[in-house]
Design a protein around this ligand. Structure first.
Ligand code: SAM
Length: 437
């Protein structure tokens, strides 16, 4: 199938769903169910729709530059379709301008934007004239505002990045938020090994390679979104897990026979990793308060054929009170805390628009409560790992610093932080390893 108007229409439908509250990946999945696209189409649709979601602020700036009506006053359906057209013109330089315009106009003609097809055509042609004459929108000279427009991030977030890391690093991080995320797999060492899986993927013409510095990790370089159709999925040979997240479970040095609590476990990337690292011979309790996510955890355990992970759908902040038999019970505890996810903004294109400081403050309260209430479940000499996929210091090192000051019986063994970076394909993350003195 040629990449034509249908792929643009599907991308536009994804934007409509996201604008009414869906997460990007769920919107993508739902829209794709209505079509029969191949993996190249899906890669194109993902790039276009996720790119538009990431670059919303930048594309709105362009609407204000070229249209008579400001972006806030555009009918939303038209605004999102203009984003589809503009993103192709401004960010997908392999597509000829004429193809970008004609296919986008065709979407208008074949949907309820029919009456506005002429307007879409005129605005996009105007954009091309501006691009060809280097007439770009004016961007404020203030450095922070520039980053906010050019990298399309809310101003409050850029201000925070600058406060946390300084302007130079903030700019690097902001750029990394717009990179295409990698697709990394973790090999299920209880079922197969790295060489065998690489061979299987290569035999199926899927480009994949080993990830340096990680034991059982490979990255896919073929354009693919239909993960579940890749060889070895049904057999449980691998799990999709970002390379940074693959650092976490090994920090616990899990051993056969140990009692391990994964307190915020669903959908189970790390519980299953812990089980694999112990050859499914540790006593792992995976707790999560979300029933929906627990179901996914269960299906992951089944698919990976892991038998020694017990599941508990429960609020981990209440374990102490309701399960006193678990006090001082665990050799190792992982708290992979609910967090703002600022390290994963490139993977979750809509989050930058839904996140705000109030939400972060609420999360900090929950993170503190989790740490305080779960610590009594750890044995003396036990190890606790606290991890997040954010780079916000208030959820990471500063939180841990306060926790250590309050609890004199514990000490910090190590901390690891990865900041998003355009040269590093993985997400940003943080982990602290803590032990009883
Ligand atoms: C970052 S996610 C965990 C990801 C998981 N560790 C993995 O690797 O697949 C955070 C999880 O914490 C859960 N959660 C939030 N508050 C909780 C609480 N009070 N008790 C237990 N789980 C909680 C959420 O439902 C969510 O699944």
């Amino acid at each position: 199938m040629v990449i034509g108007y249908l792929q643009r229409k599907a991308s536009w439908e994804i934007l409509l769903k996201v604008s009414s509250g869906s997460f990007s990946d769920q919107a993508l999945e739902k829209v794709l169910r209505n079509y029969q696209f191949n993996s190249l189409d899906i890669a194109f649709i993902t790039e276009l729709s996720f790119g538009c979601i990431r670059y919303r602020k930048f594309l709105d700036l362009w609407i204000d530059h070229i249209a008579k009506i400001a972006y806030q006053k555009q009918p939303p359906k038209l605004r999102w379709l203009l984003h589809i057209g503009l993103y192709q013109l401004l960010k997908m330089n392999k597509i000829p301008f004429s193809a970008s315009i004609s296919t986008t106009v065709e979407v208008a003609k074949k949907t309820d934007l029919k009456e506005l097809a002429g307007t879409v055509n005129a605005i996009l042609r105007n954009a091309v004239r501006k691009i060809e004459h280097n007439k770009y929108p004016k961007i404020p000279s203030d450095k922070i505002e520039r980053i906010s427009y050019l990298e399309s991030l809310p101003l409050w977030l850029v201000n925070q990045l600058v406060k946390w890391f300084g302007i130079k690093e903030a700019e690097k991080i902001a750029k990394a938020f717009n990179k295409k995320p990698s697709i990394d797999l973790r090999i299920n060492s209880t079922k197969t090994d790295l060489e065998t899986l690489l061979k299987l993927l290569h035999e199926n013409k899927i480009k994949a390679e080993k990830i340096k510095d990680l034991k059982n990790a490979i990255t896919l370089s073929s354009k693919t979104r239909s993960i579940k159709n890749l060889p070895g999925y049904n057999e449980g040979f691998w799990t999709v897990q970002d390379r940074s997240s693959q650092w976490v479970a090994p920090l616990l040095s899990p051993k056969k026979g140990e009692k391990i609590l994964d307190a915020c476990a669903a959908p189970g990337s790390k519980s299953t990793h812990l089980a694999e690292l112990t050859n499914d011979s540790a006593e792992i309790l995976a707790v999560d308060r979300s029933e929906k996510r627990i179901k996914i955890l269960k299906s992951n355990l089944d698919r990976l054929h892991l038998k020694n992970v017990k599941i508990l759908n429960f609020d981990a902040t209440n374990l102490c009170n309701f399960k006193p038999n678990l006090l001082s019970y665990f050799d190792k505890i992982l708290i992979d805390a609910p967090c703002s996810g600022i390290g994963t903004l490139s993977r979750n294109p809509d989050s930058r628009w839904s996140l705000n400081q109030d939400k972060i403050n609420q999360l900090i309260g929950l993170q503190e409560k989790l740490l305080e209430n779960i610590l009594p479940l750890l044995k003396e000499d036990g190890i606790l790992v606290y991890s997040t996929c954010t780079i916000c210091p208030d959820e990471n090192n500063l939180l841990i610093k306060r926790f250590l000051e309050k609890n004199k019986k514990i000490q910090l063994i190590s901390e690891k932080q990865i900041l998003p970076n355009s040269n590093y394909p993985g997400d940003g993350f943080y982990a602290a390893v803590i032990s009883y003195k």
